[in-house]
Design a protein around this ligand. Structure first.
Ligand code: TMP
Length: 205
């Protein structure tokens, strides 16, 4: 028998925080418990989004900060309408690698965009559809940068100061939305980080 529960869970953090590994572990854990899941990501979780991801991460040349923001938002609108909502309605647990909070942390706190405007644009992009739960994987910026390694995409290549602002942005968001956002200490081993995730998930299921 399968367990049935529609949930939308997002995973956030600066580059190199280890969230993608944790999504894989949680997906396995939920499948063992017979839940239907969908793992997806932003940018790139829809057909249109795949093209946008290529531009956003690998365009070789100038990208206007506003154009960058609107591409992330376009990716999100398509993703919510074509993929996420449907899956939740089918009683799947959607595990989404990045969502609204990435735009606030990266385009807002790190690039200096207006946070109130970004909130409004995020609401427009998602039609106010919100995650049930968000994990922020918080890791020391120097450690995160080392984890990213030598081959960096356009955003990863922004450097330490940029990523410190991203981290600070996430911590501000967690203070603002304590019900939805749970901060995970991601400086620890993969197993220790997953224990924290599992504890929160077990409380919800
Ligand atoms: P990732 O899939 O490796 O995490 O790469 C996505 C990159 O895009 C990452 O550096 C964060 C960045 N990003 C933003 O700047 N704004 C956004 O809204 C999203 C979803 C991602």
């Amino acid at each position: 028998m399968t367990n049935s529960k529609g949930l939308f869970i997002t995973f956030e953090g600066a580059d190199g925080c280890g969230k993608t590994t944790q999504i894989g572990l949680l997906n396995e854990y939920l499948k063992e418990k017979k839940y239907n899941t969908l793992t997806t990501l932003e940018p790139g979780g829809s057909d249109i989004g795949k093209n946008l991801r290529q531009i956003l991460l690998h365009h070789d040349g100038y990208v206007s900060p506003r154009a960058e923001m609107f591409m992330y938002l376009a990716d999100r609108a398509q993703h919510v309408d074509a993929v996420i909502k449907k899956a939740v309605e089918e009683n799947k647990i959607v595990l989404c690698d990045r969502h609204i909070d990435s735009t606030v942390a990266y385009q807002g706190y790190a690039r200096g965009g207006n946070i109130e405007q970004i909130d409004l644009l995020n609401n427009l992009a998602t039609n106010e559809y919100k995650p049930n739960l968000t994990f922020v994987f918080d890791v020391d910026s120097e450690i995160a940068q080392k984890r990213v390694g030598e081959t960096k995409d356009r955003l990863e290549a922004e450097g330490l100061e940029f990523h410190k602002k991203v981290r600070m942005g996430y911590l501000e968001l967690a203070k603002k939305y304590p019900q939805r956002i749970k901060v995970i200490n991601a400086n620890l081993t993969i197993e220790e980080v997953f224990e924290q995730v599992k504890k929160i998930i077990d409380e919800i299921l």
